[in-house]
Design a protein around this ligand. Sequence first.
Ligand code: KIV
Length: 311
Amino acid sequence: MSSGARSHTAPPPEGRKPVTLPRLAEMKAAGEPIAMVTAYDYPSARVAEEAGADVVLVGDSAAMVVLGHPGTEAVSMEEMIVLGKAVRRGLKTPLMIGDMPMGSYEASNELAIGNAQRLVKETGCQTVKLEAGGVSVERARAIVRSGIPVMGHVGLTPQTATALGGYKAQGKTAQSAIQLCEDALALQAVGCFAIVFEAVPAAVTEAIVEKLEIPTIGIGAGPATAGQVLVFHDLLGITTGRMAKFVKQYAHVHDEMVGGVRQYVAEVRTRHFPEPDHVYGIEPAELAELRRYLEQESLTSAKAWDWEPLS
Ligand code: KIV
């Protein structure tokens, strides 16, 4: 890296331009689907980069899929920053979004701006995401006014899942769909550049996105959104157990990983690993000299109590 101005972002791979906010708006206008995925560390960011994702979210879903908590509430700003920094090192092209964890923005505009700035300054993400309507609309407005682009998130908002009655589809009654529409319109009005729709009936999404100008990104919200997002560990089958209805698994990486580690353990136990290909060599003359040294009488008869501890 040059000694001049340091950038968090390495130049994108040959022929690919970094994804910007105008590019997302252009994609939406052209009907070109936006592919978004989560990432939480350097390897997952490298995978998202090489697979050609347009947008990468360092999601607070990390609490569940990386840190093993039962919900997203537990993850802290400090943890999100560690994960975000690692993701930044692996990304060149996609737009990077830092998720604001529960407790990092709800209490006041000052808190929200301060934590959004921390995510941008410390991880190098270009934008942030926060959840829900209501007071979050005011927080989104404040963050946007401070100069940081914000993505909204409506429908099933995991940080407030308990209040929503659990991890279940939202907007299934006309009244709740209207509320969802009002939240989305309010988030757009305060300047959000895009909105995630999570676990919303496809027909409700389709009806509402027509009223929105900004791109919408769906997760369990049907095909009408401008883009789709899935959690990295879910789509690759790193997560095990019961999946949400909207998850499509494109691979079974957990099984592959268990298989690989199981074989390694077996080969260690049977001494089939390491093989000759995995060991370093030494010139015979050097080895002979080492052996001569080791065979000295004084060395082989040395006892532990011959050694004086350093004072
Ligand atoms: O945290 C997350 O992964 C998310 C996506 C599901 C949109 O918010």
